[in-house]
Every structure is written in structure tokens, then in C-alpha cells.
Design a protein around this ligand. Structure first.
Ligand code: NAG
Ligand code: NAG
Length: 377
């Protein structure tokens, strides 16, 4: 019998080495993937179960997972019931679009704290090519949907949002309003105030601007006349991508193939390429202009913007005065709305419910004014 000699031990070690190398190379990749993909264990969002009659429960089959390929996902989602469940409370679907951990998660936790779970849902789209050292936890744990890369100046940002809408439509028939939120966005009212404002509206809130400087260049960014014939220059609109949309419009967007095919074309002039600020307002305006209030309820300051980004409030600016100032501001209703001459708007004054962008290190200051200022209406 051979006893292990130093030489045989060395050989065994050398033989094992390639395996060790493979394990080290693959393990980080696997762990990042599982945080964002819907594996059976990590599947964050319980899937939509069609209302079954009692006797059908006897032959229980697990509900199918929502499809991971976008085309099938959007097709299935566009067929959901257009009305919420009669008899159950309507819910707000909060759609978080991010490429980083959520710096204001503690503020959102407080916002949703003590609110019945039956009034809202949370969904997160997290571009898997970015690192998330702090895992999504608490309210955000297991809420990350199957996500894909989402890059500025490309239609992939629109795809990410359509994915959020589709998953939210499929997940819960009580989702009535769908609010898009970014990582640098905060609430500026209590949940209760926001809930009553949004659930009380039959219309979407989405900024829709005509005759903006640069409209033609944005329309032609994919090549001259490439948007024709589906999207004429006259149909083309600009507006903030941060909207609150009704279930009707969420369905409209995930079911749209014709207009999407145009906005999904790559831009040839990238510095005029903000498809997410054009697709949603153009589509909703073309299909259902009377179903919207043409304003966003997410405050933003374009004065002092740079590189296509709006002004970012630094931590030292964040305090009770800022929140008060933002609340007092009046939304811009389409192009004419500030003059109250547009008959579809009739001089409304809707409250801003959210604001962006705030520097992530303002979280301590926000937490210190949360109960007494932000959530006190
Ligand atoms: C919630 O908001 C509604 C409408 O704004 C108001 O009537 C009600 O008193 C609020 N409830 C609480 C607990 O603040
Ligand atoms: C825009 O910002 C500049 C400099 O920060 C300031 O002086 C000006 O008053 C601002 N304009 C508006 C309309 O807020």
C-alpha cells in the first residue's frame, strides 16, 4: 500500500488547482445574478394568481412564473383586467428604477411604516451590471424584478420601465396607480395624503409638452423621417419620465408595439437622445389625450442643470424650508397651463407629491425632519 509522500501530496494539490480557480472566478458572478433574477428561491414578487373558484383548488397547480423575455411578458401583461378588483381597496404600485442601492430607503421605510399592506406594492428594477454592495432589505427585500441593463441615451430605460409596469400589472389586480420613482427621489407628503390624491384621480399625471426647444432634433435623433409614418413630428411630445399612471395607461404602454417599435430604434445623434422623456408622453398623448392631467407631480428644478441632469440639492440645502418651498410650487400643465388658458386644465393646482434630485448624503437631514415636516401635511 502506498502511503502519502510529500511528492504525491504536491501532485494532488496541483491537480486540484484548476478547480479552485474556476470556483473563484464563477462565484462572484453567480451571487450578483441571484440578487436580481427571479430564481425559484429568490423570486421576489409572488406571481399573479387568477381568481379561481373553490372547486378548482382541488387540482392545485403552481401558477406559471411571469415570462422573462420581454415580448411574452408584455403580451401577457397587456391582457390583464383593466379594472381593479371590485370590493378591495385600490393600491398604489411604487416602481423604483435604480442602478445603485437606494440611499433613501430608511425614509421610504418610515413613509410606509404603519400603512396597511393592502394599500401599496413596491417593485424594484435594478440594472444587474451595477454593484449593489448593500443588498435590498426591509421593505425592498425580494422586490427586485427580473432586470436588465438600463442605460442613459438608449431605449433600454424605457424597457426597464415597461418591465416594471408589466410585473406590477401581473402581480396584483388591485394596483390602480403606478408611480415611477428614482433612487434620488423622495416623498414630500405623507403616504395618506399621496394615497388620497392619486387614488382619487381618474386621470394619469404625466407632463406633456409641445413646442419645446429641441423637439425636432429629438424627433430626428434616429435619422431624418425615421419616426414616420407612425409618429409624426406633430405627435411628438416631451416630458418628465417621472409620472403617475392609471392602470388603463399602464396596460396601454405594455400592450403598445407600434409606437414602441419606433422609439426602440437606436439614436444616431446621442446627445438628443432621451427616449424615455419622449415615448411615454407621445404615446399617451396620441392614444388618450383626455385621460391625463398633463403635469408631473414629481418636482424637479431644471434651473442650474448640467449635462442633461436637473439640479441636485446638496445635503446642506435640505431642511424644512426646502420641503415647504417645493410644496408651494405649482406644477406646469402642458405648455399653456401656467397661464390657465388651456381648457383641459382649467387652472388646476395639484400638489407635488415627490421631488428629485437629492444628494444621497442628505438622508440624515431628511430623517431628522421626516415626522414633523415631510409626513405632516
Ligand atoms: C388621510 O387623508 C384624508 C384625505 O386627505 C383625510 O381626510 C384623513 O383625515 C387622513 N387620515 C389621517 C389618518 O391622516
Ligand atoms: C436660477 O438659479 C440662479 C443661480 O443659482 C438664480 O440666481 C436664479 O434666481 C434662479 N432662477 C429661478 C427662476 O429660480
Amino acid at each position: 500500500m502506498l502511503s502519502p509522500t510529500p511528492l504525491s501530496l504536491l501532485c494532488a494539490l496541483i491537480l486540484c488547482m484548476p478547480l479552485a480557480v474556476i470556483v473563484t472566478i464563477t462565484s462572484p458572478t453567480t451571487s450578483t445574478t441571484t440578487t436580481v433574477h427571479d430564481g425559484p428561491e429568490t423570486n421576489p414578487v409572488p406571481d399573479f394568481v387568477p381568481a379561481t373558484k373553490t372547486h378548482q383548488r382541488l387540482s392545485f397547480k403552481p401558477p406559471p412564473l411571469p415570462p422573462e423575455d420581454d415580448k411574452s411578458l408584455f403580451r401577457v401583461a397587456s391582457r390583464v383586467n383593466s379594472r381593479t378588483h371590485p370590493g378591495s381597496p385600490k393600491k398604489i404600485a411604487f416602481l423604483f428604477l435604480t442602478v445603485s442601492p437606494l440611499p433613501f430607503a430608511p425614509l421610504w421605510e418610515l413613509y410606509f411604516n404603519q400603512i396597511p399592506k393592502s394599500l401599496f406594492n413596491v417593485y424594484v428594477h435594478a440594472d444587474p451590471t451595477h454593484p449593489y454592495e448593500t443588498p435590498f432589505s426591509g421593505l425592498f427585500a425580494h422586490r427586485v424584478i427580473h432586470s436588465k441593463p438600463a442605460l442613459r441615451f438608449t431605449p433600454t430605460l424605457i424597457s426597464a420601465v415597461r418591465r416594471l409596469l408589466a410585473r406590477a400589472l401581473l402581480h396584483d389586480r388591485s394596483n390602480y396607480m403606478f408611480v415611477l420613482i428614482s433612487a434620488s427621489c423622495i416623498p414630500i407628503h405623507s403616504f395618506n395624503f399621496t394615497y388620497h390624491t392619486l387614488i382619487g384621480s381618474k386621470k394619469s399625471f404625466i407632463e406633456i409638452l409641445d413646442n419645446e426647444i429641441g423637439t425636432f432634433d429629438r424627433w430626428a435623433a434616429r435619422g431624418a423621417d425615421l419616426m414616420l409614418p407612425e409618429v409624426k413630428l406633430d405627435d411628438f411630445r416631451i416630458g418628465s419620465q417621472f409620472w403617475s399612471l392609471t392602470r388603463k395607461h399602464a396596460r396601454l404602454i405594455v400592450g403598445d408595439e407600434i409606437i414602441w417599435a419606433k422609439f426602440n430604434l437606436p439614436c444616431v445623434v446621442w446627445d438628443n437622445c432621451y427616449p424615455e422623456e419622449n415615448y411615454f408622453p407621445s404615446l399617451v398623448h396620441m392614444r388618450d389625450p383626455s385621460g391625463v392631467v398633463p403635469a408631473t407631480l414629481t418636482h424637479v428644478d431644471w434651473n442650474g442643470s448640467s449635462d442633461g441632469h436637473p439640479r441636485m440639492y446638496v445635503a446642506s440645502e435640505v431642511g424644512a424650508e426646502l420641503i415647504t418651498k417645493l410644496r408651494l410650487d405649482k406644477p406646469r400643465y402642458g405648455d399653456d397651463g401656467t397661464k390657465c388658458s388651456d381648457s383641459s386644465v382649467i387652472c388646476r393646482r395639484d400638489p407635488f407629491l415627490f421631488a428629485r434630485k437629492l444628494a444621497s448624503d442628505s438622508i440624515q437631514r431628511l430623517m431628522s425632519i421626516a415626522s414633523e415636516v415631510i409626513f405632516s401635511d
